[in-house]
Design a protein around this ligand. Structure first.
Ligand SMILES: NC(=O)c1ccc[n+]([C@@H]2O[C@H](COP(=O)([O-])OP(=O)(O)OC[C@H]3O[C@@H](n4cnc5c(N)ncnc54)[C@H](OP(=O)(O)O)[C@@H]3O)[C@@H](O)[C@H]2O)c1
Length: 77
């Protein structure tokens, strides 16, 4: 299984189960984008945080676009 360079988008990552999952995936080598409504305002973590409200389609699309933008940038460099 290829992990290096893979992206994991984890919802509800500012606390609880989502935060623990995001930490584990980051430790395993994934580029992790944790998400929650508060995004980076929820505090500093060992993975990137993006704002995402799962009840709003446009919010989900924006977070997914941000994740793929990183993938495109890292593939070009
Ligand atoms: N803990 C358990 O033992 C357990 C067992 C079975 C099922 N569950 C279920 O699993 C889920 C997570 O549990 P948890 O204990 O990890 O809860 P938690 O610590 O309260 O975490 C919930 C996470 O979801 C985010 N969130 C809430 N509403 C959101 C929305 N509309 N869009 C995006 N993110 C949102 C919160 O961040 P923001 O407030 O920043 O958005 C937070 O990061 C819950 O549905 C819970 O009922 C938990």
């Amino acid at each position: 299984m290829k992990i290096k360079g893979s992206i994991a988008l984890v919802t509800g990552a500012s606390s609880g189960i989502g935060e623990a999952t995001a930490k584990r995936l980051a430790t395993a080598g994934y580029k992790v984008y944790g998400t929650s409504r508060r995004g980076a305002q929820s505090g500093q973590r060992s993975f990137a945080m993006l704002p995402l409200d799962v009840t709003r389609d446009e919010s989900v699309e924006a977070a997914v676009k941000s994740s793929f933008a990183w993938k495109a940038a890292s593939t070009c460099s």
